[in-house]
Design a protein around this ligand. Sequence first.
Ligand code: UD1
Ligand code: CA
Length: 452
Amino acid sequence: MKITAILLAAGQGTRMKSNLPKVLHPIAGKPMIWHALEAIKQSTTEKPIVVVGHGAGEVISYLGDSAETVLQEPQLGTGHAVMQAESLLKGKTDLIVVCYSDMPLLRGETLKKLVETQMNNKGPISMLTVIANDPRGFGRVIRKADGTVESVVEEYVATAEQLQVKELNVGGYCFEANWLWDALHRIPKNPKKGEYYLTDAVELASKAGLPVQATVMDDVEETIGINTRVHLSEVEAAMRRRINQHHMLNGVTMIDPNSAYIEIGVSIGKDTIVMPNTFIHGKTEIGEGNVLGPNTIIHDSKIGNHCKVLASVMESALLEDHVDIGPFARLRKGAHLGNHVHMGNFGEVKDSHLAEGVKMGHFSYIGNAQIGANTNIGAGTITCNYDGEKKHATEIGSDVFIGSDTMLVAPLKIGAGARTGAGAVVTKNVAEDTLVVGMPARAIRKLEKKKK
Ligand code: UD1
Ligand code: CA
C-alpha cells in the first residue's frame, strides 16, 4: 500500500511579523517544517509533497531533495492547496495524509494511528480531533448520531450551539486518494472568504453516506499550532521538555531541566550532569560521567567521558577523557584536548592539539599549535600565529615548561624538555632540553620623585 503525505506550507504566517517564512523558524535547532517532515516519515511510504507559496524560494532551497514541492499561487485555501498536488500524485498513491506545517509537536505515532484508522475505515476520510476546553479558533467537529463525523464548522461561521462543541479539528487527515481528487473539484467556494476549505470534504463524504472516522488525540499539547511568536515560544518550551525527558530517561541528570537547552540531534551518555543555563547545540556527541555547566555553550563538538566544562564556550571542538576546562575557557574550531588536559580560566584554543596531560591554567592564547604530552603552558602565554598576512604553526614538544607571559612567535619549534623564562619572546627554534630567556627589563633612568 502506497501512502503519501501532502504538507501544506503556502500560507503567509502574517502574524509572525517576520522576514523569514514561518515554516523556517527554528524549534530546538531545526526549522518548524523539519519537525513536520519527521513525523510524516514515520507514517508514510513515499516522498512527501510540500505545497509552497509565500517564501517559496527559501522553503524550496531548505527542503532540497527531502521532498517534492508544488507551488500554490494564489493561495485560495487548504482545499485549493491540496488540489495543487493532484497532477503529481494522481494514480500514484493509495492513501494521502494531509497535515499543516505549523504543528511541530505532532508526533509520528499519532499520524500512524490516523493512517491505521483509515485502513480500517470503509469511508474515504479519517481525521485527527482533540477534546479541549480552550478552542483556540479551531474548527468544531460535528458528529452524527452513529458516531461518525458529519462536518467541520469553522469558528467564524459556527452557531452558538456549535461553538459549545469541545471536539476540535486538529488539522491532520488521511484520505483515500481516488475519492479525494474527485471530491476536491466538488468543494464549493466559501462565500465569505472566497477560499476552498479542505474541511468541506468531510461534509461531502458524510452527505453521500460515506463514513468519516475520527482519531481522538489525548495529548492536547501535540495540537498546538504556531501563528505568533508567543506560540513559537510555547512550542519551543514543550519541545525542550520532550527532549530533556528523553535524556533524563536515558540516565542524564539535569539539575533544572527548564534551563537546559539541548537541540535535537545531540547525544549524551549516562551519568552526565547538565547544570543550569547550559546550551548544547548542533551535531554534538557527549559521553558518560561528564559535568557540563553551569553557564556553558557547546556547539558541534565532541566530548569523551568524565570531563568537566564549567562556564565555558566550545565550538567545533573535541575533548577526550578526563579533560577539565573553565571557568571561562573558549575552545574554537579545531581545538582538540587530549586525556587529562587541564585548561583553566580565560584561555582560548583554536586549531590546536594539546596532547595528554597538558596544563594551561590561566590567560593563554593557543592557535595553530601542536603541544606535546605533559607540557606546562604558563599564565599569559601567547602563540603569535599571525603575522598580518598568514597563519603560522607552533610545535612544542612534550614535557616543556613555557614560562609565564611567553610570546611564541610562529613559525616556531620548541624541543621536548625545553624551558622558557617568564616574559620570553621566542623568535627562533629551541633545541631539546634547552633554557631560553629574554628580553629582560633593564634600567633606563632614575625617576624623579613626585612632588606632594
Ligand atoms: C485550519 C482548519 C481548521 C482547524 C485548524 C487547525 C481549514 C479550512 N480549517 O484552520 O478546521 O481547526 O486548521 O489548526 O482547513 N495553507 C496553504 N494554502 C492556503 C491556505 C492555507 O498552504 O491557501 C496552509 C497554511 O500554510 C497552514 C495550513 O494550510 O500551514 C492551515 O491554514 P490556516 O489558514 O492556518 O488554517 P486555519 O484557519 O488555522
Ligand atoms: Ca492555523
